[in-house]
Design a protein around this ligand. Structure first.
Ligand code: NDP
Length: 255
């Protein structure tokens, strides 16, 4: 177990209010990590913090709207010394679906800022600190199967998630020798709020069925399905893994 233990480590997690980010935050806490949740609301929901504290772990909440570049740039410099980070989980993300010809630039910029630029800034600023202090660290970016596939009606999202994979490799190339691991997890179809409208739309029933039938595992994933990959990439067990992506998709990409 010690290979996967996160005792004594602190993880900064974005997107921890719900869905995949919440499950990852809880998974890390279950393996001994203290957690700092970066949440966008100045009046944050505290469900995840309560669940983490029930596990006996410490949990702070810091405020940052990832769509606001100035707030993201202030996040890492604004942490207190007690909030020393060992692990960064870039899990927050948004998907806005519309035809490419209708994809206005404000929407595109918001998607790219939230999904790609914010992870870039947070990892860059943490690595500056880690490299200056000889501190080993782990960055885990949540990519997507849309990092490989273009999708339909999701140009901004697919562009951002493709960028997340390249960023993972580019950072890794520069920081691996100093003991900083940068890797990604690419979820497949995971039942969360991000796709609840489609999953509950009666008109989308055939489309949904065609997706489920194409997944070799025969079902959509749940946020808990991401915990194992996240704990692995956050732990000592993955110390020699750099610039990689673990696809957690029930086999979708193999078809
Ligand atoms: P959810 O919609 O369930 O959760 C999104 C999370 O991101 C929430 O915590 C939300 O916070 C946070 N967030 C969104 N915008 C901002 C912002 N501007 N500032 C701060 N936080 C923000 O999504 P999922 O759990 O499904 O997605 C998590 C990650 O997994 C995303 O990066 C997504 O792209 C990726 N992914 C998801 C897949 C899926 O099938 N669900 C498939 C592949 C990848 P708040 O509660 O404040 O809104």
């Amino acid at each position: 177990m010690s290979l996967f233990s996160l005792a004594g480590k602190t993880a900064l997690v974005t997107g921890g209010t719900r869905g995949i980010g919440q499950a990852i935050a809880l998974g890390l806490a279950e393996h001994g990590a203290d957690i700092i949740l970066s949440q966008r609301s100045s009046n944050p929901t505290t469900d995840t913090r309560s669940a983490i504290e029930q596990l006996g772990r410490r949990c702070d909440i810091v405020h940052c709207d990832l769509a606001d570049r100035a707030q993201v740039e202030a996040l890492i410099p604004g942490l207190t010394p007690r909030q020393s980070i060992d692990i960064l989980i870039n899990a927050a993300g948004i998907q806005i679906r519309r035809a490419a010809t209708e994809y206005d630039l404000d929407t595109y910029d918001t998607v790219v800022q939230t999904n790609l630029t914010a992870p870039f800034i947070l990892a860059r600023d943490l690595a500056r600190h880690w490299l200056a202090h000889g501190h080993r660290g782990k960055v885990i970016n949540v990519a997507s199967i849309s990092s490989f596939q273009g999708g339909v009606n999701m140009a901004g999202y697919s562009a951002s998630k493709g960028g997340v994979l390249q960023l993972t490799k580019a950072f890794s190339n520069e920081w691996a020798a100093q003991g900083v691991n940068v890797n990604a997890i690419a979820p497949g179809y995971i039942a969360t709020d991000m796709n609840v409208d489609t999953r509950t739309n009666p008109e989308a029933r055939e489309y949904l069925q065609s997706i489920t039938e194409r997944i070799p595992a025969g079902r959509w994933g749940t946020p808990d399905d991401l915990k194992g990959a996240a704990v692995f990439l956050a732990s000592r067990a993955s110390d020699y893994i750099h610039g990689e992506v673990i696809v957690v998709d029930g086999g979708w990409m193999g078809r």
